[in-house]
Ligand binder design. Structure first.
Ligand SMILES: C[S@@+](CC[C@H](N)C(=O)[O-])C[C@H]1O[C@@H](n2cnc3c(N)ncnc32)[C@H](O)[C@@H]1O
Length: 238
């Protein structure tokens, strides 16, 4: 049984790699593949290769994927302290880090599960510290609670990506009164098993439990190609 799953996964993985994800079509195909069967380990491996080859940066330019700029601009609009301690989760090849640097932020760390992506970020000196870790598996990342003023996530929530259950772990990493800026594709939240019918009740349950408070949610047209994005800003209130 497990052999069948492995073969199936490898086949889909090879197909995804073959697609190279360089085009819109490739990226959408990847989303379908992920939806079907890929675990977070598969996602990690695929992104590592995508990052390593430099294909990610070519196919996810500012023209087609606006998440990194939009989330960085929102931080700039809301956080006056340029020395705020910021963690960019699922940082990939460092797009958010680069934008934040342009806005004058000086104290930004990057975390990603895929080493190939993170290495690319390091080549660009996008962050101060590079943390190769999965968010959502307990404190394997080794970061003490309440370390950061701000967390950013751009494109980190999607099929096979960050789980809902990782959110409390993120909240723990933020200082009381700090903020979480999260932008993702709007349709991801109601079309994939991970989040469908669960996203809204889950984030509300954390608010009811007094862990965070929603400050705003904003829809962005053409966030990724013609797809809408949604950005949530939450305040840590524990
Ligand atoms: C679409 S990319 C976004 C990268 C970057 N934030 C950007 O906007 O270009 C998604 C990233 O999430 C990372 N990722 C997925 N699940 C993760 C998890 N549970 N913990 C940490 N990183 C994760 C992947 O390795 C990948 O680099």
């Amino acid at each position: 049984m497990s052999e069948v799953k492995e073969n199936n996964t490898n086949e889909k993985h090879n197909l995804a790699v073959k697609l190279g994800f360089p085009t819109d079509e490739g990226c959408h195909s990847m989303a379908n593949l992920l939806k079907d069967c890929l675990s977070n380990d598969d996602v990690k491996q695929m992104y590592s290769e995508w990052g390593d080859t430099g294909t990610y940066d070519k196919s996810m330019s500012n023209n087609v994927y606006k998440g990194p700029y939009l989330v960085s601009k929102a931080v700039n609009d809301n956080i006056p302290n340029k020395n705020a301690k910021i963690l960019d989760i699922a940082c990939g090849t460092g797009f958010v880090g680069e934008h934040l640097k342009k806005f004058g932020f000086t104290n930004v760390d990057g975390m990603d599960a895929a080493r190939g992506m993170l290495e690319n970020a390091e080549k660009k000196s996008a962050y101060q510290n590079y943390i190769c870790s999965v968010i959502g598996e307990g404190s394997v990342h080794g970061i003490p609670d309440r370390t950061y003023d701000v967390i950013t996530i751009s494109g980190g929530f999607g099929p096979g990506h960050i789980t809902l259950e990782a959110i409390p772990e993120m909240i723990e990493l933020v200082k009381p009164g700090g903020f979480i800026f999260n932008i993702t594709r709007k349709n991801h939240l109601n079309s994939f098993e991970e989040y469908k019918d669960k996203w809204e009740p889950y984030i509300q349950s954390l608010e009811d439990a007094g862990k965070w408070r929603e400050i705003s949610r904003t829809i962005f047209r053409n966030y990724y190609f013609e797809k809408d994005g949604i950005m949530f800003i939450h305040e840590q209130v524990q």
